[in-house]
Ligand binder design. Structure first.
Ligand code: 8YV
Length: 322
């Protein structure tokens, strides 16, 4: 008999078809966001699950699921997993690294450029019928070329973002838990490793692309925003919770920094509505990895992990140390 799995959110139909050659699949193409109780119920008789960041796999859930062997997250981030609890309950975990690096880096640039050059603000103005003449000082923004790009979180996506800056003749400074090798720094447009304070003080454009954990909670709050240049932009591609959104709203409202580009928010999708009253912010609904090819690659990568894990092989992107 094939093992039973839950695909916890809607997914490409052909990936479901692929999974059903290996498993008895319960799908959720209606894309209902299950409550913890519903998720526990759905998973009770399952050996595996394919999840996204919306499913919390924690101790309370695992206690109810003696049959569960593996959860494959369709995301590189896995802050929705309690890895120590998963290891304790003998449940393998995997994520989808690498396949989304370049697409996410592309999007980081799109968001940073839209923020620096006021693309959405000016488009709203145009759509509003306010464009009656040209003026020398309409929508003056900040240059990217020749400026200093500061990156906090210099993993694979951070390095892909830094690499792209060579064409813009930018200086790159970064802060990370550990320093890159000199070869990696050279490939990342000769990025210079500095303290977090130096990144904040020197960056003209600050890019946040670090994993979320209790240690990185509110990496950027009121004190950090106060250290930034008043002309600086901030782009958050990482996770809600890396930035204290309330403090950011206050900083944007008082022009303590120039502008922000945000793809992720605290408590998303029910983000702080005060962002909507600000002109100097570009808001996108967590779409940095959303290209057709990359979302397919992520879905197939999660499927590869689940297929390997539930057939007794080592999943290519195993996270749990069992
Ligand atoms: C996902 C992401 O789309 O990979 C990640 O960590 O943030 C996004 O690419 C999202 O988390 C859905 O699982």
């Amino acid at each position: 008999m094939k093992p039973a799995i839950l695909v916890a959110r809607a997914i490409f139909p052909d990936v479901l078809t692929r999974l059903s050659t290996h498993f008895e699949v319960e799908s959720n193409q209606e894309d209902i966001i299950f409550s913890p109780t519903q998720l526990a119920e759905k998973l009770r008789d399952k050996a595996g699950a394919l999840t996204t960041s919306s499913a919390r796999i924690n101790r309370e859930l695992l206690q109810q699921l003696p049959n569960l062997k593996m959860v494959a997250n369709m995301a590189v981030g896995y802050d929705n997993f309690d890895l120590p609890a998963m290891a304790e309950f003998g449940v393998q975990a995997s994520n989808t690294p690498d396949v989304l690096n370049e697409t996410t880096a592309d999007f980081g640039w799109a968001l940073m450029m839209a923020t620096a050059r006021r693309i959405t603000e000016s488009e709203h103005w145009l759509r509003d019928g306010q464009w009656h003449k040209w003026r020398y000082d309409y929508f003056l923004g900040a240059d990217l070329h020749g400026s200093t790009l500061g990156i906090i979180g210099m993993g694979r996506i951070g390095q892909a973002i830094a690499r792209r800056s060579t064409g813009f003749n930018m200086k790159v400074i970064y802060h990370n838990r550990s320093r890159l090798s000199s070869e990696q720094e050279a490939l990342a447009n000769h990025a210079q490793y500095v303290s977090k304070e130096e990144v904040l003080r020197q960056a003209d454009h600050l890019m946040l692309i670090l994993p979320y954990s209790t240690a990185s909670h509110h990496t950027i709050g009121a004190a950090e925003l106060a250290q930034m240049k008043p002309t600086a932009t901030l782009t958050n591609l990482a996770r809600g919770g890396i930035v204290d959104d309330q403090a950011l709203i206050a900083a944007l409202r008082t022009n303590q920094i120039a502008a922000a580009g945000l793809d992720v928010f605290e408590n998303e999708p029910r983000f702080n509505p005060d962002f909507l009253s600000l002109k100097n912010v570009v808001l996108t609904p967590h779409i940095a990895s959303a290209s057709e090819a990359t979302r397919r690659a992520m879905a197939n990568c999660a499927a590869d992990n689940l297929i390997a894990g539930l057939s007794g092989q080592r999943p290519p992107n195993l996270l749990t140390l069992l």
